[in-house]
Design a protein around this ligand. Structure first.
Ligand code: NAP
Length: 407
């Protein structure tokens, strides 16, 4: 069985990783231009494919449709039948339903704002309505739009079905949540970054929320069942979701200069099969000047601006261990950059064990003042703190144990 994903730009797809957990079949990425679509669908070298942006509607004329695909007018899975015809399914419906169920979202009798009016919006709206939600679609050109959101301040659920905030446009958000006072849950169908600006906003307000990764895995599970004509247990979604989440999340190490971030970062990357990046080294490579030179020539403020630019780039990546510069916590704007795709761990080391040589700020300021000023900032940024006063091996073991426990 030859499977794959049909779309136009597929560089960052997680589907091959998910399908490798679902069966032993080759899963290829088919990047097809619109003018090649018919030829590919009718004569392409595949038995079963998933379909993504921008072809979920374009494939309709070539397929017989399941009742769900017909109802939604959108196909995300095609299986070639023994007689050569194509059967189009919509497994996003099941994926979205499974996600609401997993996060215990109960739309019955509640106002649900669905942002965007494309394919995913149709699917999400259908599921929310079926579960008793009072669905309002917010569209840039609709009767309900971003200018009259005030009419919907009583919304309990918001579901972002627009691509706003999706990689590489991290940090953008379709709406600000400050205008809603009854919010119970926020869903963003985007899964890259793991936390969009919308989800970071929800998190800051203590509103329960989720991204679209669970939906992605659940729809793939149902697609693979159609590909292989088998059934997987429901719990396989959780298993694959956790595996994928661990693979793609970054681990960010913060802490005082010399507290062991680079040493531990390399060891951790090695243990987890992730790529290690030292943010200070990335900065030096990007600007072609050493950090003491930047401090001497342009001062700390300029260095911090450069550092934020580098963190904006590094924070967008997936599956890395990132050792940050000791002062990254002094700029609040660095927090969402680091947090959007990762777990932030503060390495705590006693001041008496911190070196000062070759570290511009540790030399010029009193280390103790810096330590006392920064400690609360590290605690504010960190999701977890780990003691690094023992051997590196002990600290590595403690971090690995922590990562296992929080799964
Ligand atoms: P789509 O068919 O292109 O629809 C997106 C809709 O978003 C558009 O119809 C538009 O609605 C709105 N929109 C587009 N650009 C916008 C902008 N700059 N500002 C505000 N609104 C904008 O795409 P889709 O297939 O529905 O996918 C939407 C998002 O969901 C994507 O990020 C996709 O990756 C994600 N998705 C995730 C999963 C999953 O499994 N997690 C599954 C499907 C889709 P209006 O013109 O009405 O404003």
């Amino acid at each position: 069985m030859k499977a794959g994903l049909l779309g136009r730009k597929l560089g960052h797809s997680f589907s091959p990783q998910i399908h490798s957990c679902l069966g032993n079949y080759p899963y290829q990425l088919f990047e097809i231009e619109p003018e090649e679509l018919e030829q590919f669908l009718l004569h392409g070298d595949y038995d079963a494919i998933n379909v993504t942006i921008p072809y979920k509607k374009a494939v309709l004329p070539y397929c017989n449709l399941t009742p769900t695909a017909e109802k939604l007018g959108s196909v995300n899975t095609i299986v070639r039948q023994p007689d050569g015809s194509l059967l189009g399914h919509n497994t996003d419906y099941y994926g979205f339903q499974s996600m609401l169920n997993h996060y215990s979202v109960k739309p019955m009798g509640k106002k649900c704002l669905v942002l965007g009016s494309g394919g995913a919006s149709v699917t999400a709206s259908a599921v929310l309505r079926e579960l008793g939600g009072d669905v309002i679609v917010i569209s840039r050109s609709g009767e309900n739009n971003y200018q009259n959101l005030v009419l919907h301040r009583d919304a309990a659920i918001i579901c972002n079905c627009t691509p706003v905030g999706m990689y590489p446009n991290n940090g953008e958000t379709p709406i600000n949540l400050n205008q809603f006072s009854h919010l119970e849950f926020v869903v963003d169908l985007i899964y890259n970054p793991g936390k969009t600006a919308l989800l970071l906003d929800a998190e800051k307000r203590n509103i329960p929320c989720c991204n679209g990764l669970w939906m992605l895995v659940a729809q793939a599970k149902e697609a693979s069942e159609r590909f292989q004509n088998i059934t997987f247990p429901e719990k396989s979604i959780e298993h694959i979701y956790q595996k994928l989440r661990q693979q793609i999340e970054n681990i960010i190490l913060i802490g005082m200069p010399g507290c062991g971030k680079s040493t531990l970062g390399k060891m951790l990357a090695n243990a987890l099969g992730k790529t290690f990046i030292d943010a200070d080294e990335a900065l030096v490579n990007a600007y072609g000047v050493t950090i003491p030179e930047i401090f001497a020539r342009e001062g700390e403020e300029d260095f911090r601006k450069k550092e934020t630019t580098i963190l904006a780039d590094l924070g967008k990546r997936s599956g890395h261990v990132i050792a940050t510069g000791g002062g990254c916590v002094t700029r609040e704007e660095n927090y969402p950059l680091l947090h959007q795709n990762g777990i932030i761990i503060a390495l705590e080391r006693n001041i008496s064990k911190l070196p000062t040589q070759g570290r511009p700020l540790s030399q010029s300021n009193s280390l103790e003042i810096m330590y006392n000023t920064r400690l609360p900032l590290y605690r504010q940024f960190a999701d977890y703190a780990v003691d690094n006063n023992g051997t590196p091996e002990q600290t590595l073991a403690a971090i690995l144990k922590l990562l296992e426990e929080i799964t």
